[in-house]
Write a protein that binds this ligand. Structure first.
Ligand SMILES: Cc1ncc(COP(=O)(O)O)c(C=O)c1O
Length: 460
């Protein structure tokens, strides 16, 4: 193997993998890293943290505060059962002693080791992964934090990247600031369209670098609500292998799938079955939609070199995700076990399915004839194409369908209904008549009234 053109040093104990069994060679990943990432130096103190755990070590290393001056002595939380519809009992879970000490103290950049192990086991359970394949998990302050660090680690000014389009509005400011060349890959009710990606790649200009990565949201995409079908996933994986790009699989809605057909496997799971080669998928999961958004906890799973680069960024930015949030979740997960966790997420999916069904009824009641939509099979979003009134259309644009931003500011907000204008889900901020509507928080009365208002504004 050729010597890599740089060395990436990391906190000992979390760095170089011992096995090269399944993934692409480490040098391939190293060559994908941005100049910024390659030039990052390990944080001097964090780099030495793992030596504190060596038997007999007396550590005078870090500025860790002495917990005896902290005000917290114990914490008790009441938690619901994993399916409150069947069992409405509450359980007291307390945090004290060593658990509380760990929660209150600085910890490893990659996360609480027990929680990392739990999520690693979950990955094996859900995605058919094995422990010694060369991937690992790191925990961040929500998947937003991990996505930010990942794009910074991989993307260079001028690089070409593919974005599923429309895309998560929260990712656009990240990639736009990096000055990369964004190519939007359209999606429809069946998710991202690999045929359009294939035709771009087949006709790729000889003098232009190929795309480095694809960013996609495979379940209940934000904002389109669409779930990518199995056959499209397979085609995307085939293209990733043929044209050597990474897939950033942003999957906060994985556990909120409620479609009628069995849930398609993740890219992370499928890759091992179809490509005969592992290591082009970096997954992003989140506790935000299933446990609590305010905890700010997510996790990234993928090739060690890339996850190491995320951690190296973390070790000089936010240092780690909140120790208290991690311990609260860990305490809950110890109590539930994987089975309880999955019972809980199944309950969440069922909750959103029922909300989707109800919302669909009111869409039919109020928006029929003035809008078009496809019901989502996961998550909490409808992507609705509004048939805007003539006053919202430009006379100087042929066949103009209108601008949902104008509709929002001139009609919807004054009319007491708030939706997200579609333009913020496109890198070019294009004029578009679609809006994203989230039904997660609405009770039946608000669905009825909110959609009635929208319908009557469209009919004005
Ligand atoms: C597609 C997508 N990715 C990432 C995030 C950020 O999630 P987190 O709360 O884990 O940072 C969201 C939040 O809505 C999202 O919809």
């Amino acid at each position: 193997m050729t010597k890599p053109d740089f060395e990436l040093t990391l906190e000992p104990g979390t760095n170089e993998r011992q096995t090269t069994r399944a993934l692409l060679p480490d040098a391939v990943y190293r060559n994908m890293l941005s100049r910024l990432s390659k030039s990052r130096k390990p944080a001097p103190i964090r780099h030495l943290f793992p030596y504190e755990n060596e038997p007999g070590m007396i550590s005078m290393l870090a500025g860790k505060p002495n917990a005896s001056v902290f005000p917290f002595v114990s914490l008790t939380m009441k938690v619901r059962s994993s399916n409150p519809r069947i069992d409405d009992s509450l359980t007291d879970l307390s945090l004290d002693g060593q658990d509380l000490a760990v929660a209150l103290q600085y910890g490893a950049t990659s996360g609480n080791p027990e929680l990392v192990k739990w999520l690693t086991d979950l990955t094996c359970h859900l995605h058919g992964s094995q422990l010694d394949e060369g991937w690992r998990v790191t925990i961040g302050s929500g998947s937003q934090d991990l996505l930010y660090k990942t794009f910074a680690a991989l993307v260079e000014f001028g690089d070409v990247i593919f974005l599923e389009s429309p895309t998560y509005p929260g990712v656009l400011p990240i990639v736009q600031a990096l000055g990369c060349n964004i190519i939007e890959i359209p999606s429809d009710a069946d998710g991202i369209d690999p045929a359009s990606m294939a035709s771009l790649l087949i006709n790729w200009p000889k003098d232009k670098p190929y795309p480095k990565l694809l960013y996609t949201i495979p379940f209940g995409s934000n904002p389109s609500g669409s779930t990518t079908t199995l056959s499209r996933r397979l085609e995307v994986l085939r293209l990733a292998r043929a044209y050597n790009f990474l897939i950033l699989e942003d999957d906060p809605y994985y556990h909120l799938y409620y479609g009628d057909i069995p849930q398609p496997p993740s890219y992370f799971a499928l890759e091992r079955k179809v490509n005969g080669e592992l290591g082009r998928v970096l997954r992003f999961d989140s506790f935000s939609k299933i446990v609590a958004g305010g905890l700010r906890l997510g996790w990234a799973t993928g090739p060690e070199v890339l996850v190491n680069a995320i951690d190296l960024h973390g070790s000089s930015s936010n240092l780690q995700a909140s120790g208290m949030s991690q311990m609260l979740v860990l305490r809950l997960l110890r109590h539930w076990g994987i089975e309880g966790f999955l019972a809980h997420t199944a309950m969440c999916a069922q909750f959103y399915r029922e909300k989707r069904d109800l919302f669909e009824q009111y869409l039919q009641k109020h928006l029929k004839g003035v809008a078009e939509w496809s019901p989502p099979n996961a998550s909490m979003f409808y992507w609705i194409k509004l048939r805007l009134p003539a006053s919202m259309k430009a006379e100087n644009i042929e066949n103009d369908e209108g601008d949902s931003l104008l509709f929002l500011t001139e009609k919807a907000i004054p009319g007491g209904v708030l939706v997200l204008p579609g333009e913020c889900a496109y890198a070019d901020g294009r004029r578009i008549c679609n809006v994203r509507v989230s039904f997660s928080l609405l009770d039946e009365g608000s669905m009825d009234e909110g959609l009635r208002r929208l319908g009557s504004l469209l009919r004005e």
